[in-house]
Design a binder for this molecule. Structure first.
Ligand code: NAP
Ligand code: ZN
Length: 350
């Protein structure tokens, strides 16, 4: 075992603080990664505060990891020391079930998540990317093209793939109208991808002050959700709407905006259920409400390569690890443009 340093939550209420813990010695298929940057996802906050229940402490959050390979196990031939690599929300899966065989490891019943997941190697639970070092099986390590800014690429590992995957799965293309609900970490990537795929893009937001930014990110239209009369202008006009909001809300105004056969895809995971949707809204236009979880490893690599090819990365605020508690407060106020990224390269434990 080798010791590393980071920040952990010790219970659902207290601020995160410094924490030292061991990582395993690399197995034959493992890659040892020096973490340079880690994005701050709203899921980290849900988990730290035990909003989804089942949180284990101490918890080292973080699943938007970018770093450089320090060393590799004897059979981990896909990577070499010095390579820029990424790790997202998963560090293992069974590899044998139909989901894994279909490159959809996120839907495997035995996925090991990057943190707060039973760790078969230690008998404890996994620790994530708010730390300086991680050891991961090479099958779950992604290549990051040198053309990407490594700090701004970190959020691609969760916010990026979580928006890319449903937009691809439902075949978003030129000529279609796509909505994104919520301009946060996921939402700003959703706008960038939907725009890059050639769709007309509209943002639904609670924040008037984000209108100009949304247009710079690629939105053609912005709908202020507090002005409910604006929904009527968009009735029956959307092919696909991606809902990234982290709190319960009424889905009916959005399903009413869908065309016949349109899809409202939920990716936000609030701690309480949304109010029950109006079933008539769905039946009378054959509309669907769906959900989507991150994306598989193969698709995550495809997304990273697409970003390198098209110059897409995240808009970030780079902060020291000691700022994490303040960052959570700001994220809850929707006050981040548009993803916090922790600078672990320059973190020195005291
Ligand atoms: P975020 O940066 O905090 O963005 C959420 C956005 O939702 C806010 O910026 C805000 O946008 C909007 N919003 C409107 N009302 C809100 C309210 N009452 N409380 C909070 N937000 C509100 O969060 P994120 O990191 O993008 O994550 C969004 C959700 O997706 C979280 O629930 C997270 O756990 C989940 N998630 C799911 C997956 C998956 O695989 N399905 C993966 C990652 C994250 P406006 O200011 O524009 O209204
Ligand atoms: Zn995430």
């Amino acid at each position: 075992m080798r010791n590393t340093h980071g920040y952990a939550a010790f219970d659902p209420q207290s601020p995160l603080g410094p924490f030292s813990f061991p990582r395993r010695e690399p197995l034959a298929d493992d890659v040892v990664i020096e973490i340079h940057y880690c994005g701050v996802c709203h899921s980290d906050l849900h988990q730290v505060r035990n909003e989804w229940h089942g949180s284990s402490y101490p918890m080292v959050p973080g699943h938007e990891i970018i770093g450089q390979v320090l060393e590799t196990g004897a059979a981990a031939t896909r990577f070499q020391a010095g390579d820029w690599v990424g790790v997202g929300c998963m560090v293992d899966a069974c590899g044998a079930c139909p989901e894994c065989q279909d490159h959809q490891e996120q839907y495997c019943d035995h996925t090991t998540y990057t943190y707060n997941s039973p760790d078969p190697h230690t008998g404890l639970h996994t620790y994530g990317g708010y730390s300086k070092l991680v050891v991961v099986n090479q099958r779950f390590v992604l290549s990051v093209d040198k053309s990407l800014d490594p700090a701004a690429a970190a959020p691609l590992l969760c916010a990026g793939i979580t928006t890319y995957s449903p937009l691809r799965h439902w075949g978003v293309k030129p000529g279609q109208k796509v909505g994104v609900i919520g301009l946060g970490g996921l939402g700003h990537m959703g706008i960038k991808f939907a725009h890059a795929f050639g769709a007309e893009v509209a943002l639904f937001t609670t924040s008037e002050h984000k209108i100009a930014d949304a247009k710079k990110l690629g939105a053609d239209q912005v709908i202020l959700t507090k002005h409910t009369e604006q929904f009527a202008e968009h009735a029956l006009s959307f092919d696909f709407i991606l809902d990234t909001v982290a709190a319960p809300h009424n889905l009916d105004p959005y399903t009413a905006c869908l065309k016949r056969d349109g899809v409202l895809c939920l990716v936000g995971v609030p701690d309480q259920a949304h109010p029950s949707p109006n079933v008539g809204n769905l039946i009378f236009k054959r509309r669907a409400i769906a959900g989507s979880l991150i994306g598989g490893i193969r698709e995550t690599q495809e997304m990273l390569d697409f970003c390198a090819e098209h110059g897409i990365q995240s808009d970030i605020e780079l902060i020291p690890l000691s700022e994490i508690n303040h960052a959570y407060e700001r994220m809850l106020r929707s006050d981040v443009k548009y993803r916090f990224v922790l600078d672990l390269k320059n973190y020195a434990p005291t």
